[in-house]
Design a protein around this ligand. Structure first.
Ligand SMILES: [Zn+2]
Length: 461
């Protein structure tokens, strides 16, 4: 099976040219001008942008939570991702305290294997670091191709590890060539503020926001950065939202340190005023919460200053019925919002179309950097001979409106209902196969493959 894509404007993190792409089987075999080889299928990309498939390195599919599960499975979540031009996602396996990493991986494999439509990989969340876990780190890196280890500085008693465990984990992960990623917020401060607000009868979604002030994130981001510096372990802060936290990372560059930073599309586009809408604000209850306009400005600037390296989603959808578990108490609202499908289109429309970032930067933060940081480059994240033929044909002029009535995520509301965007995904190829064409999905459940990743040992991009 071969495909020839003709006359598109090919954009990578560094290239921008009108040209053709020839695909044989699952990989790209040639790029250039006026390619003439015969192909089974020819796609005319005149007037379209041709870009690498998106990589969303922060999603939670089928994640157990408070007796329920996040509402997108690996099937519905990766399919929705494909509709929006994201061809690979990285999901989180969560170790249960008192249990092994292996047990958690077995559980996640049993839900994901044979069901994913798009390609996927796993981060391993270490919630209980001890001698047994230490021995498993090497095994995860070498045998399973899982090279990134997620930690939580919040959610004490469920997910949080303390600084003693963090230091020991980072020393081990460094040795094995992996990367430690972090949910960097000060769990004790937040627990105190949540308890205080609840005990004083302040129970609406607004108090979710007010229980996690900027300082809780700034403090933990600085502490994590310090521990990363001390241990020499590559570090990556997930879903960074605010000026104070980014300044901690900026400050670390003054001692020649580089910590990778991810933000999520919602922190660039939405702000905390949404929490003033009574219970409707539950749609955006996530941790960290949405911040202020000045933080949005910081994050856009951070992208252009190479301080923010990745734009992900932290996709973790719950249906309205599930969100209502917290109708009378913000602390019981399941955290998370749906975004896996619209990250690429939102970032294009609000970022590139409105002149905040360049096209090359767009590909860099949405495709290339996630592949490089997490050990999938150059197989994923670029358009080059030998790379997987994960390719997005994107119409930069097309206007459309986001709505729960038309999206493909398994959730009954849209966090962006009625948003009018410029630029839409037209065709998506995943490993050489046309997966999406004009709003139809042409690949089945089970087509998505687990992507083994390689150690990176570095904080350079
Ligand atoms: Zn998350």
């Amino acid at each position: 099976m071969s495909v020839l894509i003709k006359n598109g404007r090919v954009i990578t993190a560094t290239d921008d040219y009108i040209g053709d792409i020839f695909i044989e089987g699952e990989t790209i075999s040639a790029t250039g001008r006026k390619l003439t080889m015969p192909a089974d299928t020819t796609l005319d990309a005149t007037g379209l942008l041709v870009m690498p498939g998106g990589i969303d390195p922060h999603v939670h599919l089928d994640m157990p939570f408070m007796g329920t599960f996040s509402s997108d499975t690996h099937e519905t979540g990766t399919r929705a991702a494909l509709f929006g031009g994201t061809t690979t996602v990285i999901d989180f396996v969560l170790q249960q305290q008192g249990h092994s990493l292996r047990e958690a991986l077995d559980q996640w494999n049993s839900r994901a294997k044979g069901t994913a439509v798009g390609d996927y990989s796993f981060h391993m969340a270490v919630t209980d670091y001890n001698d047994h876990t230490r021995a498993e780190i090497k095994e995860m890196v070498e045998k399973e191709g899982i090279t990134s280890f997620k930690t939580f500085m919040a959610y004490k008693g469920a997910l949080m590890i303390d600084d003693r465990q963090m230091t020991a984990l980072m020393q081990e992960v460094r040795k094995q060539g992996g990367l430690v990623t972090v949910h960097a917020t000060n769990g004790d401060m937040i627990d105190y503020l949540v308890a205080k607000n609840r005990s004083e009868g302040r129970l609406s979604p607004l108090y979710h926001y007010l229980s996690q002030p900027e300082v809780t994130e700034a403090e933990a981001s600085a502490r994590f950065t310090d521990i990363a510096n001390y241990t020499g372990c590559p570090g990556y802060i997930v879903h960074l939202t605010c000026e104070g936290a980014l300044n901690a990372v900026r400050q670390a560059t003054r001692r020649n340190q580089h910590v990778f930073v991810e933000t999520c599309i919602q922190y660039l586009l939405l702000d905390a005023s949404l929490y003033e809408k009574d219970f409707d604000g539950a749609k955006w209850v996530m941790s960290p919460p949405l911040r202020e306009k000045k933080d949005q400005a910081t994050l856009w600037a951070g992208i252009n200053q190479n301080l923010v390296n990745v734009v992900a989603t932290d996709h973790c959808p719950f249906k309205w019925e599930q969100k209502k578990m917290g109708l009378n108490d913000f602390s019981k609202i399941p955290n998370g919002h749906p975004a896996i499908e619209h990250r690429m289109e939102l970032l294009y429309s609000e970022g590139v179309h409105k002149g905040k970032i360049s096209l090359n930067k767009y590909v860099e933060v949405a495709c290339t950097n996630p592949a490089k940081i997490f050990g999938m480059f150059p197989r994923k994240g670029t358009i080059a001979p030998g790379s997987d033929a994960d390719i997005l044909l994107f119409d930069p002029q097309k206007q459309h409106t986001l709505s729960a009535a038309t999206h493909h995520m398994n959730v009954d509301y849209s966090a962006y209902e009625g948003w009018e965007l410029t630029g839409k995904v037209q065709t998506v190829l995943l490993r050489g196969k046309i997966a999406i064409d004009k709003n139809n999905c042409l690949v089945d459940k089970g087509y998505g493959q687990f992507i083994r990743r390689t150690p990176t040992y570095t904080t350079s991009l």
